[in-house]
Design a protein around this ligand. Structure first.
Ligand SMILES: [Zn+2]
Length: 187
């Protein structure tokens, strides 16, 4: 067996190579239009698919792939993982619908439900942009997709920069809205 050359080899086609700030940015940006939903709930919703992925891997329903990451080639998949229950397009839509329904029941607010569902699904859309083609459309054996911004060194660096720009933008939207509503709440 040939040993793998330079670069960091790690287990986690999904999960470990996870987008953080980009997903959280969506939650911050969504807060002003979902006033009934606590920020913490929106933040968890934005990362719900990754959290489920960890849970599904723990119970053996999914498995991480093996990836190699370096700044020349970006993230390369050495051994594909299996993540249809958390990151398949179909199940992501199902989870988004479930989240929307729960939020609607809890907050008795249609908009809160719709926004929470969209925040959950935004995770898949952002992952679709950055992941190499490893996101299944349905279940195991179905075609996998991913635009693969992470699949090149420059792309990986660009995505890192974009994530923090997004987080800055999301926070700015959140803080601006808070500033607008706070004085009214006191008055
Ligand atoms: Zn993910």
């Amino acid at each position: 067996m040939r040993s793998i050359p330079t670069g960091e080899v790690r287990v986690g086609a999904e999960g470990r190579s996870t987008m953080g700030p980009g997903h959280l940015a969506v939650a911050f940006a969504a807060k002003p239009v979902a006033s009934k939903v606590p920020l913490g709930v929106l933040l968890v919703a934005s990362e719900a698919l990754d959290l489920m992925c960890f849970g599904f891997v723990a119970v053996g329903l999914e498995k991480f792939g093996v990836t190699q990451t370096d700044l020349v080639h970006g993230i390369r998949i050495l051994v594909p993982g299996s993540i249809p229950w958390s990151h398949g397009l179909f199940m992501s839509l199902v989870w988004s619908g479930v989240a929307a329904a729960i939020a609607f029941l809890v907050y008795r607010d249609r908009r809160a439900g719709a926004i929470l569902g969209l925040v959950v699904f935004s995770h898949w859309l952002l992952d679709f942009i950055v992941h190499p083609g490893e996101l299944p459309l349905l279940f195991n054996g179905s075609p996998t997709v991913g635009l693969g911004l992470w699949a090149s060194g420059p792309g990986l660096i660009l995505s890192g920069i974009l994530e923090f720009v997004m987080l800055g933008g999301g926070l700015a939207i959140y803080l601006a809205a808070r500033k607008r509503t706070l004085p009214r709440a006191i008055a």
